[in-house]
Write a protein that binds this ligand. Structure first.
Ligand code: NAD
Ligand code: ZN
Length: 244
C-alpha cells in the first residue's frame, strides 16, 4: 500500500489535468451508507430492494413509501466532508484537478469547497414542484415536513432533483463530464462499484496517462489501471501532498 501511495503521489505531481470520478464510497467515511458494501443498503432488509424504491415508477405509484425510505436512508443533513472531499477541493484550488464527476447526490464535494462538480445523478439539495416548477433549495422541504412534501404555491407534489432509476441523465452534465474526462492526463476512480450505467461508461473517454482506482473492493477497471489501491479513499487521499 505504501508503495502504491508513493506511485500515486508521483503521478499527482506530474499531472496537470486531473479528473476524479467517484461514487457512494467517497461518502461512507462521512457516515452515509453506500448501496453495495457489506453494511450498505443492499444488505439491509426492506420490503423492496433500494433500486426498486429509488425508481421513477415506484416514486410515481408509491410516493409516500418512497419518501419514508428516502428520508430515512438517503438524507443525512449533518454529514460533513471527509478527507477525500477535502483533498480533492485542495487539488482543484491548486490548479491540478479540473473536475469532480460524481454519482453522489449528497452535495459534500461542494461543501468541501470544490467548484467544478458534475453531479451525474443530481442532488438531494435541490427540489422542485412537479406541477409549477417552483424550486426548493436545501433539505428543509424534506426534513422539516412529513409524508409527501407539497408545494406552498400550488399544492403540487415536490420531488428531489435526483435522477431516479428509469430516468435519463442531464445532457449538459454528461457533455461537460465527458469533455473533462477526455482532456484529462490523470483519472482517479474511487469509491464506486462501477456497475451503474450509463455513468460508469463515461470513464471510457479517458485517453490520458495515469489511470488510478482507489476502492475497498475490486472493480471491473482494476486490470486496466496503472495504480490500484484497495483501501479507504479518505485515508488514501489524505496522505497525498498537493503543490501547485
Ligand atoms: P455502490 O454502493 O454501488 O459502490 C460503492 C463502492 O465503494 C463499493 O465498491 C465499495 O467497496 C466502495 N467503498 C465503500 N466505502 C469506501 C471507502 N471508504 N473507500 C473506498 N471505497 C469504498 O455505489 P455507486 O457505484 O456510487 O453506485 C450507487 C448509486 O447510488 C449511485 O448512482 C449514487 O447516486 C447512489 N448513492 C449515492 C449516495 C451518496 O450520495 N452519498 C449514497 C448511496 C447511493
Ligand atoms: Zn407548485
Amino acid at each position: 500500500m505504501e508503495e502504491a501511495i508513493a506511485k500515486l503521489q508521483q503521478a499527482v505531481n506530474e499531472s496537470t489535468y486531473i479528473v476524479f470520478f467517484g461514487g457512494a464510497g467517497v461518502s461512507t467515511e462521512s457516515g452515509i451508507p453506500d448501496f453495495r458494501s457489506q453494511d450498505g443498503l443492499y444488505s439491509q432488509k426492506y420490503k423492496y430492494p433500494p433500486e426498486t424504491i429509488v425508481s421513477h415508477s415506484f416514486f410515481m405509484q408509491r410516493t409516500d413509501e418512497f419518501y419514508d425510505f428516502y428520508r430515512d436512508k438517503m438524507i443525512f443533513a449533518d454529514a460533513q466532508p471527509n478527507a477525500a472531499h477535502k483533498k480533492l477541493a485542495e487539488m482543484e484550488q491548486a490548479g491540478k484537478l479540473k473536475a469532480v464527476v460524481t454519482q453522489n447526490i449528497d452535495g459534500l464535494h461542494q461543501k468541501a469547497g470544490s467548484k467544478e462538480v458534475l453531479e451525474l445523478h443530481g442532488s438531494t439539495l435541490r427540489n422542485y414542484c412537479m406541477d409549477c416548477g417552483k424550486r426548493y433549495d436545501g433539505l428543509d422541504i424534506i426534513t422539516k415536513t412529513q409524508g409527501i412534501p407539497k408545494c406552498e404555491a400550488c399544492g403540487g407534489t415536490i420531488r428531489p432533483d435526483v435522477v431516479l432509476y428509469e430516468e435519463g441523465l442531464d445532457n449538459s452534465v454528461i457533455r461537460r463530464a465527458v469533455e473533462h474526462i477526455s482532456k484529462a492526463d490523470m483519472l482517479i476512480i474511487g469509491g464506486t462499484s462501477l456497475v451503474v450505467y450509463p455513468a460508469a461508461g463515461f470513464i471510457d473517454y479517458f485517453r490520458g496517462k495515469h489511470l488510478v482506482v482507489i476502492n475497498m473492493s475490486e472493480t471491473s477497471r482494476d486490470s486496466m489501471a496503472e495504480i490500484v489501491i484497495k483501501g479507504k479513499i479518505g485515508e488514501v487521499l489524505g496522505q497525498i501532498h498537493v503543490e501547485a
